[in-house]
Design a protein around this ligand. Sequence first.
Ligand SMILES: [Zn+2]
Ligand SMILES: [Zn+2]
Ligand SMILES: [Zn+2]
Length: 206
Amino acid sequence: MAVGRLLHGRQQVKTCPKCKINKSRAEFAVNPNQGDGLNSWCKLCINFQNSVPCECGRGRKSKTSKKCWDCYTVGMPGRLQGTEQLAALLSRTDRDKNQGCWLWTGALDSGGYASFTETKLGQKKAMVRIHRRVAELASGPIPAGYQVHHKCAIRRCINPDHLERTDARSNIGEMLARNAFLTRISLLEDALRELDPRHPALPDAA
Ligand SMILES: [Zn+2]
Ligand SMILES: [Zn+2]
Ligand SMILES: [Zn+2]
């Protein structure tokens, strides 16, 4: 018995009899009453079994929200369309008084862009970059090969006036590189002006 337990304990993978998927030991809850020290079913299958169907009949309730995903997301931007969606997105921003940026207060994606989860009823969820969606909703479809870039260079800004469509050649990377270059030139000019105010390379040299 002890030997059997030891052998089982060494196995790194175990098949869940419910979902029939090979899973690592970490995906099963500890249960000292079982021969291998783990529950027979995986955690996911046990959670699903314990979760309660939602009254709407479309899914099962999440433990945290006590609603199914479809009910939980009612009224969220991802469930709205057209001008309603645009208004809902733009209302979830902090308005910056200096530069006029409308800063998204919700989730950002790994690139630092404002993003939200699109949840059309009964369909797969999809992550959407909000500045692209806002540009589309505010001024029509974005042609293939075009990007939407931020004139303000603030990625989480979704102010339609700060968004500009450009083709791939004039993208934000180039714009930022050019700005950095211009800043560098003006710093060098300032340094040169201190050393030699009449240097002919200076734009305002007499
Ligand atoms: Zn399972
Ligand atoms: Zn529901
Ligand atoms: Zn901005």
